[in-house]
Design a protein around this ligand. Sequence first.
Ligand SMILES: C[S@@+](CC[C@H](N)C(=O)[O-])C[C@H]1O[C@@H](n2cnc3c(N)ncnc32)[C@H](O)[C@@H]1O
Length: 276
Amino acid sequence: MTIGEALADATRRLEAARIASPRLTAEVLLSHGLDLDRARLHTRQPQQLPVRSAAAYRAQIERRSAGEPLQYITGVQEFYGRPFRVDRSVLIPRPETEHVVEAVLELAGPDAGPVVDVGTGSGCIGVTLALEIGGSRVVLTDVSRDALRVAKNNARRLGARVTVACMDGLSACRGRVRCVVANPPYVREDEHAGLQREVREHEPRIALVPAGGPGRFYERLIRESRDRLVEGGLLVLEIGFSMETQVRGLFGAEWRLLPTRADLAGIPRVIAARRR
Ligand SMILES: C[S@@+](CC[C@H](N)C(=O)[O-])C[C@H]1O[C@@H](n2cnc3c(N)ncnc32)[C@H](O)[C@@H]1O
């Protein structure tokens, strides 16, 4: 079978499984498997696909047809221009989370640290901040040890100097920090069943649905941040669709709320506040 035939066959299978962008998916998976960029893949369409590569490719197409996200199959997702390794123990970094990074970079200034990234997952927020604000101390925390293993690996591969700590919220955070940042789990228990299959069946539930509900999670994070931030310190939080009023309402008189930032779709996405 040639590369061109393999691509056509995979596209048909993905189409039959109702996977979005079947041709693009087929090309991304084969270029990943053969370690070729997509332009090269096109020029090599008449070449034979080695039998072993064909078997591995077919298995990957089956995984994607069964609803597994592309990024868990390739093991990588780009975030803020850098490749982050991902596996099923972490949420796949989302483009809208880049607005959280941008908010910290704009508001915290060059002397941002110590920064704590709560619920770091793949480490995408904290590792990016450590690389973008050289010299600032960044601590990556998560309640999931498996997620921290992925975050630590990403920090090492990308050359970021960070500290990693397993904890629930900010419970084990000692000393004062200048910035707390988080993209918390913010899906309600009753919303989980209605999520896209890729998310519902494959992404870790702990990264999506917080114990006790999103309201309690945000309320606790704001309270714990209040107790650990220096005067003028910054709290930056990602929020889910239509959560702006609820989450802004959780900040008390100890805070000076900054304007909410919207994502590229115009959805209010990032809430920032300074500790008075
Ligand atoms: C929405 S994911 C965000 C991951 C990553 N920061 C990102 O933006 O892609 C939420 C993360 O919070 C972690 N988490 C859930 N409950 C937690 C808790 N009580 N304390 C600390 N981390 C928690 C999950 O393991 C998960 O990695």
